[in-house]
Design a protein around this ligand. Structure first.
Ligand SMILES: C[S@@+](CC[C@H](N)C(=O)[O-])C[C@H]1O[C@@H](n2cnc3c(N)ncnc32)[C@H](O)[C@@H]1O
Length: 299
């Protein structure tokens, strides 16, 4: 059965993106600083693709702002920032973050399928890793189109179907792992070859897979994709080729799509391949078959 918006809300409300350091740290300024360091060292491409400095004095809407990680960059760079998110948890952490760092912005809990803004209102709409979690992505895109001014721009990240991660990790390596995930001793010996911290991460993933298998031993393709993007218990996620994305954003003009990101620490095959592959080949793979598909277009 297709997950509903309630399932999506309930999952993200319990698992706000990158909030682990927030909950584990009493000093919230330190926590947010660490979150920011972790985010832009792991996803350094965001600093290049998000164009934070380009919207001074412009009205920017972020769809699915999470705990305000990218939102605060727009605000610091002078944008008139509005962030919306489906969950109370993300909205309250994002508000606290803006307040602590003295940044202005409006952050509200709302489902993007029905935005409380007039037509033709924003100059720019940004969204990172959100729309593919929706049961009705077309409705979200229609709302983005409605609230964007004519000539306004969008910058949206969707997971890339034509990627190394999707074909090699999700469709192959993880399926093999899932099939034999009960073989704890074998996997732990194997993982230890890559160091203690890698072994710990993969063992906790193995345990989650075992739990998942006990609940659903034969996931459908849709379920398999959903549970292998952000978390084994994520209710819904989709992947988009360039053509899929073009279809989704058909109402926009000047459509551009580019891809990036390889998770060098968390992909099984990469742990091995990454050691032997020349940097030039890694870069070629990243910018042709990376996991993040950035869509830029105009209304
Ligand atoms: C993977 S997180 C990304 C958060 C943030 N963009 C980031 O990069 O840290 C997905 C976020 O999208 C939000 N979300 C999912 N569906 C939504 C919807 N229909 N309207 C608003 N927010 C939504 C979730 O609540 C969650 O915070």
């Amino acid at each position: 059965m297709m997950p509903k918006l309630n399932d999506v809300e309930s999952f993200w409300n319990s698992n706000p993106c990158m909030a682990r350091l927030y909950h584990g740290n009493k000093n919230k300024i330190t926590a947010f600083t660490k979150i920011e360091d972790e985010r832009y060292s792991r996803f350094s491409g965001i600093l290049k693709y998000a164009l934070f400095k380009s919207f001074k004095g412009k009205k920017v809407l972020e769809v699915g702002c999470g705990i305000g990680s990218d939102g605060i960059q727009f605000a610091r760079n002078g944008a008139c920032y509005t962030g919306v998110d489906l969950t109370n948890a993300a909205v309250s952490i994002a508000k606290e973050r803006f307040e602590l760092f003295g940044q202005k912005g409006e952050i509200i809990k709302v489902d993007t399928e029905s935005l409380p803004f007039p037509d033709n209102y924003f100059n720019h709409v940004y969204s990172f890793g959100v729309i593919h979690h929706s049961p009705n992505p077309e409705n979200i895109v229609n709302e983005i189109h409605r609230v964007l001014k004519p000539g306004g721009s969008i910058n949206i990240m969707l997971y890339n179907r034509t990627s190394f991660y999707y074909f090699i990790e999700v469709k192959l390596m993880r399926k093999l792992f899932f099939m034999f995930c009960e073989k704890k001793i074998f996997w732990n010996r194997l993982f230890r070859m890559f160091g203690e911290s890698t072994a710990k991460r993969f063992e906790s993933f193995r345990q989650k897979l075992e739990e998942m298998k006990a609940i659903n031993a034969r996931p459908t393709t849709k379920e398999w994709i959903s549970t292998h993007t952000d978390d084994v218990f994520c209710p819904l996620a989709g992947v988009y080729s360039k053509r899929d994305a073009q279809k989704l954003f058909i109402r926009f003009r000047e459509f551009k799509s580019s891809v990036w990101f390889i998770d060098r620490d968390n992909w099984f095959l990469w742990l091995v391949l990454g050691r032997f592959m020349p940097r030039s080949v890694q870069n070629w793979l990243e910018f042709n078959f990376g996991w993040f598909r950035m869509i830029q277009a105009e209304k």
